[in-house]
Ligand binder design. Structure first.
Ligand code: ADP
Ligand code: GN1
Ligand code: MG
Length: 375
C-alpha cells in the first residue's frame, strides 16, 4: 500500500528552517486527505502568536520536473494575488502565497533529494471531501470558474505540462488495457465485470478530443484537478475563497475542470464508499454547480462547451475510474491507499457514478440550458 510517508518531528523542524519564516518552530503534523503530495501543517510561535504554515513534499515520482512545476505555480499565484489586490480583496486568503526558501527559490530540496514547498496557511476556511449543500457546490464552481477566467490573461510563455497527457482519455484507456493484459498482480480475473464495464464504455473516450480537433472546443489554461476538496470555503461566509492544489494548472479544456467538479461535487457519497447503493449523482447539487460555474464562466464558454457540461461529468468520472482500476491492476503504485483493494473500491464507486450520470444526463443537459438562459 502507498501511504503518507513518515517524517520525524526533527525533520519537520529542519525542513521548516529552510524557509523564510520568522519565529520558533513548534512542530508539525500530517494534514489533509490529498492522494498525491505529503502535506503537513507546521506551527510557529511568532512574537507570542501561533501562526500556521503548509509544508508540502512534492510527489516527484508523479511530477518529474519539480522546477518547471514550481515555475508554473509561482507565475499563477503571483497573477492571482495581483488580481485579488486589484479587486481590493485580501490577496493572502484569495490566492495561495508561496513562502520562499532562504536561498530565495520557490522550493527547497532536502539532503535526500525530496522537494518541498511552503504556503501561508489560509485560516478560517476549510476544504470538504463531500459537498453538503447545493450552495457549497455553487460556491466551489464559481471559484473554479473565476479561476479559469483569471487565467485567460496570464501573460508570458505557455505553462509547462507538468503531467503530459493528463486528461488524454484515449491514452488513459490504452494504459488501462495494457495493465489489464499484463496483469502483473494476477488481479484481472477477479475484476472481470469492472474491466468489461470499462471496455463497453470505450466509445466515450474520444468525444472531447474530437471537439477540440474540430475547433469547437478551444485549449485554455485550466486547473485540471478541480476536486471539491481543492477549493477552500470560508467558514464565516460560505464563499469559495481560494482555489488550491495548483500542480496541474496547465493547458487543458474547460470541460475537464467542469467534468471533475461534477464527479467530485455531485456525488452523494465519498469517492471510496463501498456501498454502491449510496452512490448517486445528486441533481440539486448539479444545478448548484452549473449555476455557480455559468455565473463565473458562462460568458466566455463556447456553445459546444456549454452543450457538453453534463457529458464532461460522465467522461471525467469514467476517466478517473479507469485510472483507479489501472492503478489497482498495476499494484497500487500511483494513488495513496489506506487499505487493500482501496483503488478497486474507488474504481467501482466511480463507475457507479458514471451509471448514475448516464441515467440523468438528459435532465442535466436540460437544467444546464435552463440555467444559462436565466442568467
Ligand atoms: P494533494 O495534491 O495531495 O491533494 P493539496 O495541495 O490539495 O494536496 O493539499 C492537501 C490538503 O491540505 C487540502 O485539501 C487542504 O485541506 C490543505 N491545504 C493545502 N494548502 C493549504 C493552505 N494554503 N491553507 C490551508 N490548507 C491547505
Ligand atoms: C488526485 O491531488 P488530489 O488528491 O487532489 C489526482 C486527480 C484525481 C484525484 C482523484 C495529480 O487528486 O487527478 O482526480 O486524485 N491528482 C493527480 O481523487 O493525479
Ligand atoms: Mg488536493
Amino acid at each position: 500500500m502507498s501511504t503518507h510517508t513518515s517524517v520525524s518531528p526533527s525533520d519537520i523542524n529542519a525542513l521548516a528552517a529552510a524557509f523564510s519564516i520568522h519565529g520558533q518552530c513548534l512542530g508539525g503534523e500530517p494534514y489533509g486527505s490529498g492522494h498525491i503530495n505529503d502535506t503537513f501543517v507546521v506551527n510557529f510561535n511568532q512574537a507570542g502568536t501561533c501562526v500556521r504554515y503548509i509544508l508540502q513534499r512534492i510527489n516527484t515520482r508523479i511530477f518529474k520536473d519539480a522546477s518547471a512545476l514550481m515555475e508554473n505555480i509561482s507565475r499563477v499565484t503571483k497573477h492571482a494575488a495581483q488580481r485579488a489586490l486589484a479587486f481590493g480583496d485580501d490577496a493572502s486568503r484569495r490566492a495561495l502565497t508561496l513562502v520562499p526558501a532562504r536561498d530565495g527559490r520557490s522550493y527547497h530540496t532536502d539532503a535526500g533529494g525530496s522537494v518541498w514547498r511552503c504556503y501561508l496557511f489560509i485560516e478560517k476556511a476549510r476544504t470538504y471531501d463531500l459537498v453538503e449543500t447545493p450552495a457549497h457546490a455553487r460556491e466551489a464552481a464559481r471559484a473554479f470558474g473565476e479561476f479559469q477566467r483569471l487565467l485567460t490573461d496570464l501573460s508570458g510563455a505557455r505553462l509547462h505540462e507538468t503531467i503530459p497527457d493528463f486528461h488524454n482519455t484515449r491514452r488513459r484507456y490504452e494504459n488501462f488495457m495494457r495493465a489489464a493484459a499484463a496483469d502483473t498482480q494476477n488481479r484481472a480475473a477477479a475484476v472481470r465485470a469492472d474491466i468489461d464495464f470499462a471496455m463497453q464504455n470505450e466509445g466515450m473516450v474520444d468525444v472531447l478530443a474530437s471537439l477540440q480537433a474540430s475547433g469547437a472546443v478551444p485549449e485554455r489554461v485550466t486547473h485540471n484537478d478541480t476536486k471539491f476538496n481543492n477549493v477552500m470555503i470560508d467558514d464565516a461566509t460560505g464563499r469559495g475563497i481560494c482555489v488550491i492544489d495548483l500542480d496541474t494548472v496547465m493547458p487543458g479544456l474547460a470541460l475537464y475542470d467542469f467534468g471533475d467538479m461534477v464527479r467530485s461535487a455531485t456525488a452523494s457519497a465519498l469517492e471510496d464508499e463501498t456501498d454502491l447503493s449510496k452512490v448517486t449523482m445528486r441533481m440539486p447539487v448539479y444545478e448548484g454547480l452549473a449555476t455557480g460555474y455559468l455565473e463565473a464562466a458562462g460568458d466566455f464558454l463556447t456553445e459546444a462547451e456549454r452543450a457538453h457540461l453534463a457529458f464532461s461529468g460522465k467522461l471525467i468520472t469514467f476517466e478517473i475510474g479507469l485510472r483507479f482500476l489501472t492503478d489497482y491492476l498495476e499494484g497500487d503504485v500511483y494513488f495513496k491507499t489506506k487499505r487493500p483493494g482501496h483503488n478497486l473500491d474507488r474504481a467501482r464507486n466511480q463507475f457507479a457514478m458514471v451509471r448514475s450520470i448516464d441515467a440523468q444526463q438528459s435532465a442535466m443537459e436540460a437544467a444546464g440550458a435552463r440555467i444559462f438562459s436565466s442568467l
